[in-house]
Write a protein that binds this ligand. Structure first.
Ligand SMILES: NC(=O)c1ccc[n+]([C@@H]2O[C@H](COP(=O)([O-])OP(=O)(O)OC[C@H]3O[C@@H](n4cnc5c(N)ncnc54)[C@H](O)[C@@H]3O)[C@@H](O)[C@H]2O)c1
Length: 365
């Protein structure tokens, strides 16, 4: 399988390469040499990914002459925490990392968000490269430059914009990804296809079987299409002042669900449920056709993402929604899609949102 290459171009000074293919961990150092003058590389990974891929990444970087260090955090959303970030800052200082150092985030979206946050704040910012190893991180989290940690009062409430200098999605790492994590990734692929429009949407409908079978060529194509779409959106709106908001489709509800479940419900599953919720709300709040929500349900079901069975009270979800970054002037803002490729952002009357949250809760009783 040949490696596919994409270039993200944000402005004349901010461009970076993405590679999606095989043997990218082995060649990590060689490819990074083209992107940086750093001499030290600090791999940040988690306790699941580290034992599987740290040695290969270390060897790939050492071979290209980098002095290599590694720092391992516990796997799971709990690591997106300011206390964990502080431990990493201290560890970097103890290792003597200065501006000649670079961070390499090796793992899923949690590691990417945390490593990016640490890189953008340590010494007012050092370089960061990302090696996403979950499908979700390959199709979405690894590009666009958003970094974050969670607060007890809400998800992703502290963060920065920090563009990586290079992204390598090594498809071989997907061979160890648990099936449930593939499904989490499918939720973001579906989101991108629904926002992008007919070609990608139709491709996804035609390829659900191959993706469910974890076919590597189909995965590569899904990653490339998702990243191409996201790179285009981000290039138009780096700091989320307009068009980039579409990437939050399903996320107003999803972030509330993740927080209410204390992150037991993972991001991808929550996004799938959030897209279902948004499509229902949109029939009343934006006159979207019911047929769109039904077609979306068919696609999400086909990707193995069953509706969330666990229930949370409408009151609790409502409160979490108001903690979200997308609240402006006390208005709840939702991205609504009415047909593949057709979306808008709408400020919805909070009372109407409450009614739909009650309906969501009742449907689970
Ligand atoms: N910055 C962004 O633009 C952006 C976009 C979307 C999501 N996110 C964030 O990403 C996070 C979710 O990412 P995620 O779903 O990758 O979660 P994750 O990082 O927790 O990874 C999921 C699980 O899979 C394991 N894993 C990862 N790669 C593996 C591999 N190759 N083999 C075996 N196990 C592997 C991890 O250790 C973890 O247990 C959330 O915090 C979300 O907010 C960020």
């Amino acid at each position: 399988m040949s490696t596919r290459r994409l270039k993200v171009v944000l402005d004349k000074d901010t461009t970076y390469d993405i590679r999606v293919g095989n043997r990218l961990l082995t060649n990590l150092g060689v490819h990074l040499r083209e992107a940086t003058d750093a001499t030290k590389a600090v791999l940040i990974t988690d306790s699941n990914v580290g034992p599987l891929y740290l040695e290969k990444a270390r060897a790939g970087l050492s071979k290209a002459g980098f002095e290599v260090f590694d720092l391992v955090v516990s796997a799971g959303e709990e690591s997106k925490d300011i206390a964990v970030a502080a431990e990493l800052w201290d560890a970097l200082a103890m290792l003597g990392i200065g501006r000649d150092g670079m961070i390499v985030g090796l793992g899923g979206g949690v590691v990417g968000d945390l490593a990016g946050f640490v890189a953008s704040t340590y010494m007012r910012g050092i370089e960061c490269a990302l090696v996403p190893t979950s499908l979700l991180a390959m199709v979405d989290a690894s590009i666009g430059g958003k970094t974050a940690v969670n607060l007890s009062s809400g998800k992703n409430l502290v963060g920065t914009f920090k563009q990586p200098i290079y992204v390598a999605a090594d498809l071989e790492t997907l061979r160890t990804l648990p099936a449930a994590e593939w499904e989490n990734g499918f939720a973001e692929v579906a989101k991108s296809a629904l926002l992008d429009g007919t070609d990608f949407y139709q491709w996804l409908i035609d390829n659900t079987g191959a993706l469910l079978a974890h076919d590597e060529a189909a995965a590569q194509q899904a990653i490339v299409q998702s990243l191409t779409f996201k790179a285009r959106v981000v290039a138009h709106d780096v700091k989320e002042k307009g068009e980039r908001e579409c990437l939050n489709y399903g996320h107003t509800f999803a972030h509330a669900l993740e927080a209410a479940s204390k992150y037991r419900i993972p991001h991808g599953r929550a996004v799938a449920e959030g897209m279902r919720f948004a499509a229902r709300l949109a029939t009343e709040a934006a006159d979207s056709p019911e047929t769109f929500g039904e077609a979306q349900d068919v696609l999400i079901d086909a990707l193995g993402l069953k509706p969330v069975a666990e229930t949370f009270s409408a009151d609790e979800l409502y409160e979490w929604m108001f903690a979200d970054k997308k609240v402006r002037n006390s208005e709840l803002r939702f991205v609504f899609v009415s047909a593949p490729g057709k979306w808008e952002t709408v400020a919805v009357d909070p009372d109407l949102v409450k009614i739909y949250l009650i309906l969501w809760e009742q449907a689970r009783m």
